[in-house]
Design a protein around this ligand. Structure first.
Ligand code: ADP
Ligand code: MG
Ligand code: ZN
Length: 620
């Protein structure tokens, strides 16, 4: 539990004020030279922006007089891409944004005079900076402060009541085994130094979001009973050169005073990104300096004197600067992966302790149905189930609640209130059955478990629930092609049955195209372009160079070839989907009609229907 925020010395406050002043100047400069200092945000047509808002792909927007900057919803923990567009006078916009759940900040209405027009320019960047700070603050600790220049590390000291231990973490047994050793180092460093063993300085926890990296780091501190300094990498990264490195210095100064202790840096990739992939506001000075400072600090404290162990977490180890991984720095890497079946059951057990479970609950069955779920998803699932039980005023959480919660976590919240008219319903039914039929025949897209035309979630009108049949980490080319075909199955069914396509398919198309593009540019699966990664590694949200151009610089010819190849992959998949549906036209009809009656088809009934799907005759 957070005990206190370290007091900041007066010097830091002074620096903070100076920086605030600098930030003011920065914004004014930004005002006059927007193109010089402003981040290179890709501009898109206004119509695309509106479309994306309507599709509920936009998470937040800052509306200026001359520019709207907005950010797409990201996947998992990551922030989505940022775009800019030129606004068109549109009184409906605020209403639309509100309706679609877009967070937004609007500048005051334009009046004459330079003052307001200055405001019009200054406020959007301010909002923008605010958003940035919001993200920086969100990354790490329990509360994110909006201050510049002070070390924002949160200190956790072992609290008697709520101290995290290894018992709170499950499903990552190997990681635990490795970390037990770190606990021993912290508890009895003498035992190790006595025989000349070097105490590791840095341990890097690597794994997908939500798998319990932060939790593990806290557990190490809890088990060892030492203070725990926690800060997120993104909190170091500021607009202003020098802030990050002074924060690093600050943090280690404090830590050394409290040794033995743990310094935990979450999202290490935010500062530790490979220096070669730079491209920040006019160079990459800030991050580079911060990184250098971190390296200096890590080299600086000699083992034995002060036992400060630096734990760090990342889900993108491949982007880290190699200098970070050298001996004496983060030379130990611990994989924190998604849990397997037994692990998921164990995690469910931990979280189920916090809720009242009914007699019929079988956590093993829930674990079986949730391959690919990370610890955080499972925690979320249990909580959703408890909320459901509470809503219906049940005494305890039942198995049905848990099952329903799985679907909620997978597909978003059910929205029975949204009523489709008959025609829409019909289109959605054929669309979803299209997905299901193609999905049934193609490898890699999982077992079709349920088709529903009850709208749920934010945007989906109907949905086809596919559960992977096993835990998957790698996909081969055929499987990705299969997935693309499955995504296009809905649209293809609309084409075949109605001869026209509705807007409902746009999200499918987006995802299909993305997959195809990744095949070519990231996975090197294209025969024409060869095994080259044209995509640069994942980029930081707005400040990285990713937003202007995520691809390596390629010749026009190559770019053309990529586009051509992506198009071909999608077209082939589309053709395959059409073939399958054409071959199974009667079945498509039969299942759709049934779906329109019952609204949901699942389980045995569905399996039986789908078992009649025929492979199309060999492609001719
Ligand atoms: P990460 O840092 O890897 O993104 P977190 O440690 O922040 O993930 O996990 C978020 C929450 O999810 C934890 O607080 C915990 O409630 C739950 N959780 C995640 N992984 C596990 C796990 N392996 N065992 C138990 N709970 C977990
Ligand atoms: Mg975390
Ligand atoms: Zn669809």
């Amino acid at each position: 539990m957070p005990i206190k925020n370290q007091d900041r010395p007066p010097r830091a406050r002074l620096i903070g004020n100076v920086l605030l002043l600098l930030s003011g100047i920065f914004l004014l400069v930004n005002l006059f030279l927007p193109n010089l200092f402003g981040p290179q945000i890709p501009r898109v047509p206004y119509s695309l922006f509106i479309h994306q808002v309507q599709e509920q792909q936009v998470s937040r927007a800052s509306v200026g007089q001359n520019e709207i900057r907005y950010q797409l919803k990201g996947e998992n923990d990551q922030a989505g891409q940022v775009f800019a567009t030129t606004p068109i006078f549109d009184l409906q916009l605020p209403k639309l944004l509100e309706e679609k759940g877009v967070e937004f900040g609007a500048p005051p209405p334009a009046r004459n005079g330079w003052f307001t027009s200055v405001l019009g320019w200054v406020i959007p960047p301010l909002i923008f900076v605010g958003i940035l700070q919001f993200f920086a603050g969100r990354g790490g600790g329990p509360q994110g402060a909006l201050s510049i220049g002070k070390s924002k590390a949160k200190v956790y000291v072992e609290g008697e009541s709520a101290r995290t231990t290894f018992n709170d973490v499950a499903g990552v047994e190997e990681a635990k085994t490795e970390l037990v050793e770190i606990v021993d180092f912290l508890k009895t460093p003498g035992r190790f130094t006595q025989i000349g063993a070097r105490i590791p300085k840095g341990v890097l926890l690597v794994g997908p979001p939500g798998t319990g990296k932060t939790l593990l780091a806290k557990a190490v501190a809890g088990e060892a009973g030492v203070p725990f300094f926690s800060i997120s990498g993104s909190e170091f990264v500021e607009l202003f050169v020098g802030v990050g490195s002074s924060r690093v210095r600050d943090l280690f100064e404090q830590a050394k005073k409290q040794a033995p202790c743990i310094v935990f840096i979450d999202e290490l990739d935010a500062i530790g990104k490979s220096r070669s992939s730079s491209g920040f506001y006019g160079g990459n000075d800030e991050r580079e300096q911060t990184l250098n400072q971190l390296l200096t600090e890590m080299d600086g404290f000699a083992a034995g004197q002060q036992t400060v162990i630096v734990l760090a977490a990342t889900n993108r180890p491949e982007t880290l600067d190699p200098a970070l991984l050298r001996p004496g720095r983060f030379d130990r890497q611990v994989l924190v992966d998604r849990p397997d079946l037994a692990g998921r059951e164990a995690i469910l057990k931990i979280h189920a302790q916090k809720v009242k479970l009914g007699a019929d609950v079988n956590l093993k069955a829930i674990a079986t149905r949730t391959p690919g779920f990370a610890g955080a998803d499972l925690a979320n699932l249990v909580n959703e189930a408890a909320l459901l039980a509470a809503r219906f005023r049940r005494e305890a959480v039942s198995q049905a609640d848990l099952n329903e919660a799985i679907e909620r976590v997978v597909a978003g919240l059910e929205k029975k209130s949204r009523v489709l008219n008959d025609k829409e319903k019909k289109i959605v039914a054929y669309h979803e059955v299209g997905h299901a039929l193609v999905g049934y025949l193609t490898p890699g897209s999982g077992k079709v478990e349920k088709i529903s035309i009850i709208p749920r979630g934010m945007a989906a009108l109907g949905y086809t629930l596919q559960l992977p049949t096993e835990d998957r980490f790698l996909m081969d080319e055929a499987e990705i092609r299969g997935q693309i075909a499955t995504l296009l199955g809905g649209r293809s069914a609309e084409e075949i049955v109605f001869g026209s396509i509705t807007t409902g398919a746009s999200n499918d198309l987006q995802r299909a195209t993305d997959l195809a593009e990744r095949m070519v540019t990231t996975y090197g699966m294209s025969k024409v372009l060869g095994p080259l990664a044209y995509e640069k590694g994942q980029q930081a949200m707005f400040l990285g160079d990713g937003m202007s151009n995520p691809r390596r610089s390629v010749s026009d010819r190559t770019a053309e070839a990529i586009d051509q190849e992506v198009k071909e992959i999608v077209e082939q998949a589309h053709q395959r989907a059409l073939d399958i549906l054409e071959t199974n036209r009667d079945l498509l009809e039969q299942i759709s009609v049934k779906l329109l009656e019952t609204e949901v088809i699942e389980g045995e009934t569905l399996h039986q229907l789908l078992s009649q799907v025929k492979q199309p005759a060999a492609a001719g």
